[in-house]
Each structure stands twice: as C-alpha cells, then as structure tokens.
Design a binder for this molecule. Sequence first.
Ligand code: GLU
Length: 415
Amino acid sequence: MEKPNVCINCYNMLDKIAGRLSLSKSEIDILTIPKRSFTFSFPVIMDDGSTRIFTGYRIQFNDARGPTKGGIRFHPEVDLEEIKTLAFLMTLKCAVSGLPFGGAKGGIVVDPKKISKGELERVSREYIRELYRFIGPNADIPAPDVNTNPQIMAWMLDEYEKIMGMHAPGVITGKPLELGGSFVRDISTSLGGFFVLKEATRDSKVKPSNTKIAVQGFGNAGMNIAKILHGKGYKIIAVSDSKSGIHHENGLDVKKVIEHKEKNSSLSGFKGAKEISNEDLLELECNVLIPAALENQITKNNANKIKAEIILEVANAPITPEADLILEKKKIRVIPDILANAGGVVVSYFEWVQNSMNYYWTTKEVTKKLEDYIVDSTREVQKTCKEFKCTMRDAAYILAVNKVLSAERLRGVLK
Ligand code: GLU
C-alpha cells in the first residue's frame, strides 16, 4: 500500500466537504494522514505476581496550529484506527474553537473496571514511560477521555516529572486542582455542551421546561450534562449507561438518579421509571437527543428511527457519515461533536495557560471565558451554515479545514 498510515474513517468524514472546498489531493493527504503514530507494548506486574502485556497508542495527527492536544482513553476495544479518527477530530475541534493547538489522541487496550487500583496506577505510569520523549507542554499534551480521570492524570504527571527531574504541570490537563488543575475542567465538556445548545436554540420559543431531553451515556460527560440541564429546568426524560437505561415521560429527578447510580453502580431499579435499553433510548420521541457515550451509535440501521428534533453530539463521532446523510434528509438538526463537546478542550487550554503563567483563575472567570469561546464558535459555525447553505457539521468542518490548511500554507508546506 502506498500510504499505509492513511486514516480511512477521516477520509470518509472529510469526503462531503472536500468537493465543496475543491480540496486538492495534497490538501486531502495532509488532512487525513497522521503526522506521528505510536503503537507500543509494555509489561506490567499484576497483583498476583503474573506479568501482563498491555498495548498503548498515541497519534499526533496534525501540529500546524500548535502543540498536539487530546485525551487518553482506557477501553478494551481501543484500536489504532479509532485513535486516528479521534485525533483527526481533535485537530478540527481545536481549530473550530480557535485554540492554538493541533490534534492528538491516545489509548490503552484495557478495561479499567477489571483491574485493581494499584494495577491501574502501574499501567498509567508505564504508558508515560513509553511516551515521555514525545510529549511535553510545547509538544503534545494529553488529557482525560473515556474511562480516565484526574487521578490517572496525576499519576501520569508525576511519572513525567520524575523522569524529567522538574515540575512541568503543562504536560497534561484535566489534573486535580491541587496539582495545577483548573476550576470547571471536571464539568467543562458538559457545561460547554449546554452553552452550545443554549446559543444554537436562542431563536426558539420553546421553554426549557417544555424541552424533552434523552441522554445516552452516564459517564463524566453524560451525567454532568443531565445534571446541568436538569438544574436549568430542562426535562430529562431518559438516561442510560453501558448496561441499562431508565425513562419517565414527565422527567427524571437527575440528582436522585445520580445518588441511585452511586449506591448501586447501576441505573437499573430506579423507582418510578421504566427500564429501557440503550437502543430504545436513541429512538425515543424527544426534542433533544444527547449521545454522550461512544462512537458509532447512530448508524444507517437506526438513523431512520430517530425522532429527536436536535442531536447534540457530546460524544465523539456518535453518528456515522452514512447516518448523517439520513438525518439530514429527515431535517434533524445535528450539532456536531467538534463544536458540541469542545468545552472540554477549551478549559484544558485554560488549564495549560494557567500552568504556564503560574497564576490561577476563579470558577467565575473560567466559566465566563468558556461561555465566550463557545458562543463565538457557535455563532461562527451558524454564520458559515448560512453562507454555504449547509449543515452545522459541514460548516464546522469547513471552518476547521480552512484554518488548518491556512496554517500549513503559512508554514510553506502547501503552495
Ligand atoms: N478528551 C476530550 C475530547 O475528546 C478532551 C481533550 C483535551 O482536553 O485535550 O475533547
């Protein structure tokens, strides 16, 4: 194969606007072939004394606009193609929000729920030992993603600082506050999602209390967006996690749902609600559907059954390109991931800025700055929608691609 590293998914995702922008072959290559790609294996001694070999990935997709940026996910089904796709999306996401970053993503093939805390710490530290030469505050800056959290970021930071023999909090974001984290980062993906939804529905006459919302996924992003929207008076009619879901037409008391989940490690058995499956949740009659779990949830097989008016993509790539075309025909408005979930990386950027100046902002300051960034990028996307008479996803891609290609051109990589 001539280009073994090309990202097929990225190519498919770009296809729709490539024609519209008359992108040349070189431009498409630059946008779909990751710059650096790492696959590595490392041994970890498990609690029972056995040695297990883990596989890790890191893709530094494009760094034309700045150091590469993106999370690390721990999941048993992580693979290289998935990480490439997610790193490509990070490149576009940082560009849409106007952050001085390129895009990256990493992952480890592991189910963190099936190993002990000590094993999890050793796996996290080993990942950094494999990568420390290639990351850094001005090179590549990891962060949390699916199944990773501030404690894991703290272990990774500590490992990096021990190896380098100096403090370097800006090497990783999503850290605990005590180690240079930022206020609001823990809920920033969800809070950003709320600001996008508010701005994108500004002209609608429908009140929050009459807006029915279904949320798929009850991890950091899904749980917090349900909590925030419930707090703002929206009606959360259904939520689900990887095992089960619950539904109540008149709305769920999200605080009680969270208490129930914390107590029972499951949504199942929540009093007064009907149990539903993840698939049922996606097909519910509602105003806003929020996929906040994994990729490829809405495909050509179920896109026709979706009844929501708006889909807010809090997860990365929950809709396949084929499903996207079906939803467009059905006139369902999709607020794309690279805009809808950018709140996470926007506050990561603020965290990195605070680390580099060693001066820290209050919750109020970070919240205000986040809202300003999100409102600006949402308006820019909406303006581009009108200009090109296209969907919000196409508009966000057009904006992002133009920004990345313009940086490449200024660097002399493209004529
Ligand atoms: N993992 C998050 C995302 O997919 C955040 C990345 C970051 O903060 O660097 O956007």
